[in-house]
Design a protein around this ligand. Sequence first.
Ligand code: FE2
Length: 496
Amino acid sequence: MKTSLQPNKKLSVSKKYSRDDWASAYSNVEKELDSVALKLVKGKVPKGLSGTFYRNGPGQLERGGQWVHHPFDGDGMITSLEFSNGKINFSNRFIRTKEYLAESKANKFLYRGVFGTQKPGGQLSNAFDVRLKNIANTNVIKFGDELLALWEASSPYSINPKTLETNGLSNLNGVLKPTEAFSAHPRFDPGHHNEKRMVTFGVKTGPKSTLRLMEFGMEDNNVGSILSDRKDSFGGFAFLHDFAITKNWAIFLQNAISFNPIPFLIGKKGAAQCLSSDSKAKPKFWLIPRDSGVHANKPPLIIDAPGGFVFHHLNAFEANNEIILDSIYYNDFPTIEPGQDFKNIDFDLLPEGILKRCVIDINKKSFQLDELSKQCCEFAMVNPSKQGLQAKFGWMAVAENELGNGPLQGIKKINLFDKTSITWSAGHRGFVNEPLMVPNPNSEKEDDGWILVVMWNGKREGSDLVILNASDMKEIALLELPIPIPYGLHGSWAAN
Ligand code: FE2
């Protein structure tokens, strides 16, 4: 592993990664462990890190000899890394969804996956089966005294944060109707209205889409209570994975995308494989006033948005009559077609994610788009205290090379004011997951803290945890996880 390139120093072209190394991360997780100490390989775990790093992601990728068509169809498994006094303990548990239990018993897929996994038996046995399998695999957050395992098309699963046992589907104390959609991307308002809040949403889509925006208390006296709740309807199909917040707005980007359900209905494709970029559709920003803000109770603003496809936003902030929104844009919707093997994908043929800044003028109802970085990236975040405010720094996973697509092999700290950056590289046999920025609780400095990354070590075919200094991106510690974990999706930090 090599560390710390200098700001603006041109990245040297890496020894090219091997796709076999990258793909070796994909296997079933065979064990569930309780509080096993990580093996320290180098460095020292900072004593200031006190809390638990939770991650969610697909842990079951094959059943009865059949592989999922896309890793996003794998059943969710929670990993917990508990930091205390310079030591880290590992635990992991599958989420016992109704569907996971039934498929484990049958040792085969009984449900179709949204991303193209089919039940055995060919097209006939899949046609007209439109049941959704809640795989609870996208994110995990601490919410009061429980964890919520999130999957955006249905309700969250409640998990015990200590034992990781599954409590069951949650309706959040009656807020959600049975199996109501609940996003996997809540945003945490650090206190724009004098208290911490969780702001999140659910979408019901079709020819018309209805978006429910919800704000929940996060303080000791109101954790879990719903503080505001509004519904707005918009014309057209919507695929909304993420959003951003400012003090007064919740900001959504409705990609120019269309959904043709026929191949799904007749059993040829998964629902997400029926999405495609639509040159006739017009991408739109939906700016929904937050009930706690100055535009409360007003209708949403709808403003033209740039083309391309966005899964994830970095952050947003307000400046006079403008909203500045940083997001990762793809030229097209990336999909894995029937017949393709996800472990053999050609990165060069897939669009890469590029971090761009969109300045939205609310009065003129116009926008301007500029690149923040040319490097292929995903999974970007700011210091959580800057959520909804202008942040100077962002951290994100990047491909090794400066241009073009590739697997994520480094973590980049970007200065959003001047676009300079520092990158830590996992080396040509290392592949990273989403980086998590944990601020130093004893500091006000925006980049004082740590970056936690679970990575795939292709050399030993195992998973490692890397701790970086968030300021200079130097490696502080490297530890081995006791079992291999496939690439995951999102995670969070719960401080002690
Ligand atoms: Fe996501």
